[in-house]
Design a protein around this ligand. Structure first.
Ligand SMILES: CC(=O)SCCNC(=O)CCNC(=O)[C@H](O)C(C)(C)COP(=O)(O)OP(=O)(O)OC[C@H]1O[C@@H](n2cnc3c(N)ncnc32)[C@H](O)[C@@H]1OP(=O)(O)O
Ligand SMILES: Cc1cn([C@H]2C[C@H](O)[C@@H](COP(=O)(O)OP(=O)(O)O[C@H]3O[C@H](C)[C@H](N)[C@H](O)[C@H]3O)O2)c(=O)[nH]c1=O
Length: 229
């Protein structure tokens, strides 16, 4: 089986990166990839020639069918389409949202590169390349919560969501998600998907509490070329 070349990831990390989805043990053509991301629906052993497993996680996709608007709230949720904000404003929250990201936890990338990637995530959300909307909550000139939304026809997908650690568990995450859901319903999005890591117990508990159920779980493994380890 052939690996699928990942253009964005390869350009960003300046390495040859690809991914492959497999359902059972298969022969994979490793070619000269620096990193192969293997995606599998259940656990079984995978061995790649000249490559070593450096990291593994389970990605969980939560989903909810949006039927009726959530209770509107007089609380102000802001929109970067109306209030111009730069990357600096969201940086801390972006890193908070990515604290269980494979790009941080697989030490092969390094923390600096993780931060650069999450900076790009914000930049490309604000410029609309990687998000349709960015909503946020501001208090005393600081962002205390934010969420980004992608749209694929009638399916919405949360890119990043976080509230500041000092403000977690105070209802702000719920306000952000309610706001996104109401935006979706008004804009022809009928299902909302939220990917996260199974290891992110806090986020999984939050999504379940907000009425989301698990759509699927995928095991993700990082295999790095032997001589790049
Ligand atoms: C797509 C992604 O970005 S995945 C990554 C998600 N982000 C992170 O993991 C970063 C760290 N965590 C956070 O930023 C926040 O805790 C979030 C976004 C997960 C949740 O936001 P919060 O502001 O903390 O949640 P909020 O206070 O609004 O809680 C809403 C409800 O969820 C429940 N809830 C929140 N956290 C938990 C938890 N850990 N366990 C059980 N229930 C929870 C609350 O009890 C509350 O219940 P209610 O609806 O009955 O009132
Ligand atoms: C900024 C940016 C990124 N991409 C590409 C690069 C990667 O191939 C994907 C992102 O990969 P993903 O597995 O989604 O990354 P994470 O594990 O960090 O993300 C998960 O956790 C986050 C906290 C968040 N919930 C996210 O939704 C999860 O999937 O995207 C790109 O193509 N263009 C870009 O601008």
């Amino acid at each position: 089986m052939k690996v699928n070349y990942l253009q964005w990831d390869s350009d960003f990390f300046n390495k040859k990166i690809g991914d492959i989805s497999i359902h059972q043990k298969e022969d994979i053509e490793t070619e000269d990839y620096d990193l192969i991301v293997v995606k599998q629906p259940s656990e079984f052993n995978v061995e790649l020639k000249n490559a070593l497993l450096s990291f593994q996680e389970t990605k969980v996709n939560f989903i909810k069918t949006l039927e009726k608007p959530r209770q509107p709230d007089s609380f102000t949720i802001k929109d970067t389409d109306s209030d111009d904000k730069d990357i600096e404003f969201f940086r801390e929250l972006a890193y908070e949202s990515g604290k269980k990201s494979r790009f941080l936890l697989d030490q092969k990338f390094g923390e600096e590169k993780f931060k650069e990637l999450y900076d790009m995530w914000i930049i490309n959300s604000l410029n609309k390349k990687f998000a349709l909307k960015t909503f946020y909550i501001e208090e005393n000139g600081k962002a205390i919560g934010f969420v980004t939304l992608q749209k694929y026809n009638t399916l919405g997908k949360i890119g990043l969501i976080a509230t500041h650690p000092d403000f977690q568990g105070k209802g702000f995450g719920k306000k952000l998600l309610n706001h996104v859901e109401n935006f979706c319903i008004k804009n022809g999005i009928y299902q909302l998907e939220i990917p996260t890591q199974k290891e992110n117990i806090q986020a999984c508990a939050f999504y379940k509490k907000q009425g989301y159920s698990i759509k699927d779980e995928i095991i993700i493994k990082h295999y790095w070329k032997n001589d790049s380890l």
